[in-house]
Design a protein around this ligand. Structure first.
Ligand SMILES: Nc1ncnc2c1ncn2[C@@H]1O[C@H](COP(=O)(O)OP(=O)(O)O)[C@@H](O)[C@H]1O
Ligand SMILES: CC(=O)OP(=O)(O)O
Ligand SMILES: [Mg+2]
Length: 388
């Protein structure tokens, strides 16, 4: 039986909605809506038709979600969906796979708010709003962290006293739904690579990299929280914990001010002083903007090489996410630093955002695959409902 599944994906800078026709774990997209909170716009895609609309500036999440759903409902049969799939970034140790959102699951999701303050409160708000709009529809939480449960303790442990690991202080990893989609997509497009050692760079407003071995997650750059790894639009990426101790103990910074700095005022924004949006930085003539992009590319390349070390080699590098898919200048800077690993790209194919940008005969395939966390969620939700 075909089910209509609505997906809701709160990213750090966007809310992405999807409408899918699903049958036994296969999802066909019918429409999509992206609320771009920075630009204040709503982008719609229904079939082949695309349009863009202004949103009231500073509107609350409920208004944005209502407007997006109302526009989708004009053209698509979403008044009584079979289910709503919600992306929840942090599932902690509690959730190894999707879960029906009842009161107890929602309460557990709320306890993880401090570990993902840019995302988890948004998810909780959107779950509540969807419950009001669709009181009789089952909501399923799809977690970013679940995909990384295959990582061994070797990768997940921090070198701090053991008891803290048992208490849940460990590396979780995020963007799991994006990596799950990429693993499936590789199987479909390039089965020989899907079986191999693949480093995926998900570079959007949030950014991380993942080491896939035969489609299974072995390591990733984010850890306990969504701050770790490479610098992001406004997040710092990995930082010596000694810096945090210094800021608090010597410079008297409060934990609130520190959290605000690390999540909202660091990364590309903090480095450049211009913007957290890589598109703006590429166009900017400010020297600090160019330096911010250099640091970003350096850190992404360093992380890619670290993940190649986890895998014992690399057969393919995959770029995904807003920057990964649309910014050839940044891909070129990253790949230039990975030549020694066998990553060599064709400048023209790279400029054209082609699906495979490696130089012909290169040892490492370099692919661009559009992120589709929504499809991964719809398929996960549909398979879960079929098995429940
Ligand atoms: N054509 C584009 N569309 C959207 N974002 C782009 C584009 N080109 C570059 N970007 C960059 O990607 C970021 C958004 O990436 P995305 O993966 O959509 O973000 P999110 O983390 O909200 O899911 C923007 O901040 C911007 O820097
Ligand atoms: C985990 C994370 O940072 O997600 P996003 O890129 O959607 O902000
Ligand atoms: Mg995202």
């Amino acid at each position: 039986m075909t089910d209509i599944i609505i997906t809701i994906n709160p990213g750090s800078a966007t809310i992405k909605l999807g409408v899918f026709a699903c049958e036994s774990g296969q999802a066909r997209p019918l429409g999509r809506a992206t609320v771009d909170e920075v630009a204040g716009t709503l982008r719609l895609q229904i079939g082949q038709s695309r349009s863009e609309h202004d949103l009231p500036s500073g509107a609350p999440a409920s208004t944005m979600l209502n407007q997006a759903l109302a526009r989708l409902a004009d053209r698509l049969p979403i008044r009584t969906p079979g289910a709503i799939a919600q992306r929840v970034v942090h599932g902690g140790d509690q959730f190894a796979g999707p879960a029906i959102i009842d009161h107890s699951v929602l309460a557990q999701i709320e306890t993880l708010i401090p570990l993902a303050p840019l995302h988890q409160p948004k998810s909780v708000a959107l779950i509540r709003i969807a419950r009001e709009l669709y009181p009789d529809v089952t909501q399923i939480a799809c977690f970013d962290t679940s995909f990384h449960r295959t990582q061994p303790d070797l990768v997940r442990r921090y070198a701090i006293p053991r008891a803290l690991f048992d208490a849940g202080v460990k590396r979780f990893g995020f963007h799991g739904l994006s990596y799950q989609f990429i693993a499936r997509e590789l199987e479909r497009r390039r089965p020989e690579l899907a079986r191999g050692r693949v480093v995926v760079a998900h570079l959007g407003a949030g950014a991380s990299l993942c080491a896939l071995d035969g489609g299974v997650s072995r390591d990733t750059s984010m850890g306990f929280s969504t701050l770790d790894g490479v610098p992001m639009a406004t997040r710092c990426g990995a930082i010596d914990p000694g810096v945090l101790l210094h800021l608090m103990n010597v410079r008297g910074m409060s934990t609130e001010a520190l959290e605000d700095m690390l999540y909202h005022r660091s990364g590309l924004l903090g480095l450049s002083g211009v913007s957290g949006d890589a598109r703006v930085l590429v166009r900017s003539e400010a020297p600090a903007a160019g330096e911010a992009l250099d640091i970003f590319a350096f850190r992404v390349a360093r992380e890619a090489a670290a993940l190649a070390a986890t895998l014992g080699g690399i057969d393919a590098l995959v770029f995904t996410g807003g920057i990964g898919e649309h910014q050839p200048e940044i891909r070129a800077r990253i790949c230039a630093r990975l030549r020694w690993l066998g990553v060599t790209i064709d400048a023209q194919l790279n400029s054209a955002n082609a699906p495979d940008i490696a130089l012909s005969g290169a040892r490492v395939a370099v692919l661009i695959i559009s992120a589709d966390e929504e499809k991964a969620m719809a398929e996960e939700c549909s398979a879960f409902l079929a098995s429940a």
